[in-house]
Design a protein around this ligand. Structure first.
Ligand SMILES: Cc1ncc(COP(=O)(O)O)c(C=O)c1O
Length: 444
């Protein structure tokens, strides 16, 4: 970045905040280094840095800001909460109303609990599944991200159906030994794993549409039902991590899109309208294992706080605007087509996975001759995409004031605040960025 103020803030950040960021994904580590600009304001589809430079934002704060920044109704809800008290530590009318609203949208949330993050939500579903089944092992899918608690920071082991290895320092080997990681979109691997650990797997945990090695939907519509059938046959529960997907593609869950029924859900991001939130819930008989009704402990000082409840309700009400999801899909489609066309002209091999208003652009020569309608089907294929080309693209877009996530494994999120002009301006920037990539030798 060229400006004095941006540099000054970056230096101040480095002196006090570890690594200058409060979440590692915000650093530029995955895009060849450098320091991200410090933002000072956000409005609608735009972020403004400390020098007042405006960026068209497709990060959407990693997903929650589906309405765009400072949406008037969410802002009003936050103001009202501030005026009437943001935390009581008692039951409140808003948590009841919000739970009713979520249950009306997702009737399978027969009972639910609010927590403060997606991590907390998923973590608790795993505990509940272990409590209810009396088993300890967890099966998850490679490359899915479920937060930063120990059991989900486990990578695949040395071979199919083998026990996992810690994916972070500080995760005990004993924890990793209880987690088995299989490839997404691979029912045979799941079946083999469940057979290898009979009566030991408490739950199969999955992002029904992956958002964490790019947007990766099931390759076959039958995949999720297959996961559920295999898990249930093995006596295991099924947890859908819908922290990214719930209310992203329609007013409800990805499970509803596929007509499938997991036992437990973890939710987060969008349901808080940009405030800290998570929620988990599902079958009543399973949820009744949680304290105070049952022996499984989960608690939280901030859980169900009126600020998040009121912001979340305002967000969900705004999402009921007729045509809103259709518009996200339409803009997503236009961006996908426009980006593909410009890549073809520049000779840059790319593939795009898109689910309505969310998509990922992958780079690499393998996309010159696509063999499958999905650009990427599992984590291995995502890893094989070109990190250097992505990094060059990311920086070229940032210089053109289009804000993307600084990682090839993330998605672009179209928000309700993006306009026709934003889409056109973005495509112009893409054209310029591809010209740069061509000059840098990334064309075929
Ligand atoms: C699918 C999924 N689950 C869980 C989480 C963790 O949520 P949080 O960052 O709110 O703890 C994330 C965060 O990106 C996520 O994408």
């Amino acid at each position: 970045m060229d400006s004095a103020l941006v540099e000054e803030w970056q230096q101040r950040a480095q002196q006090v905040i570890l690594g200058g960021v409060n979440s590692p994904s915000r650093s530029y580590k995955s895009v060849g280094g450098g320091t991200p600009p410090t933002m000072a304001r956000a409005q609608g589809a735009y972020l403004y840095d400390v020098d007042g430079i405006k960026y068209i934002d497709y990060l959407a704060a990693y997903g929650p800001v589906i309405l765009g920044h400072a949406h008037p109704e969410v802002t009003l809800a936050v103001q009202q909460a501030a005026a009437e008290g943001i935390l009581y530590g008692t039951p409140t009318v808003w948590e009841v109303e919000f739970a009713e609203m979520l249950q009306a949208a997702v009737p399978e949330l027969e009972r639910l609990r609010f927590v403060n993050s997606g991590t907390e939500a998923v973590m608790t579903t795993v505990r509940v599944a272990r409590a209810v089944t009396g088993r300890t092992k967890l099966v998850k899918f490679a490359g899915c991200y479920h937060g930063h608690f120990d059991a989900v920071l486990v990578a695949a082991g040395s071979g199919p159906s083998s026990m996992g290895t810690p994916d972070s320092a500080g995760v005990p080997l004993s924890t990793a030994a209880d987690v088995i990681t299989v490839p997404f979109n691979d029912l045979a691997a799941l079946e083999a794993t469940l057979a290898a650990f009979p009566n030991q797997v408490a739950a199969v945990l999955v992002e029904p549409i992956v958002g964490n090695f790019g947007m990766v939907p099931p390759a076959e519509d039958s995949f999720l039902q297959g996961v559920i059938d295999l898990a249930h046959t093995a006596g295991s529960l099924v947890i859908f991590d819908e922290v990214i997907t719930a209310f992203r593609f329609h007013y409800g869950t990805a499970a509803q899109m596929y007509g499938v029924h997991p036992d437990l859900y973890a939710l987060g991001k969008i349901i808080g309208g940009g405030t800290p939130i998570g929620a988990y819930g599902g079958r009543r008989d399973i949820m009744e294992s949680v304290a105070p009704l049952g022996p499984t402990y989960q608690a939280g000082t901030m859980a169900g706080n009126p600020l998040s409840m009121r912001a979340g309700m305002a967000c969900l009400r705004a999402l009921q605007e007729p045509g809103l999801y259709g518009r996200l899909d339409d803009y997503g489609h236009r961006l996908e087509e426009g980006i593909m066309e410009r890549a073809a002209v520049a000779g840059i091999p790319i593939g795009i996975n898109r689910v309505k208003g969310a998509f990922t652009v992958y780079f690499g020569p393998q996309f010159a001759h696509p063999s499958h309608p999905l650009a990427v089907r599992d984590y291995r294929e995502a890893q094989a995409t070109d990190s250097n080309a992505f990094a060059a693209f990311f920086h070229a877009m940032a210089r053109r004031r289009v804000w993307l996530a600084p990682s090839k494994y993330e998605a672009w999120f179209v928000t309700a605040a993006h306009s026709e002009e934003d889409i056109m301006e973005t495509l112009q920037s893409v054209e310029g960025a591809f010209t740069e990539l061509r000059a840098a030798g990334f064309a075929l």
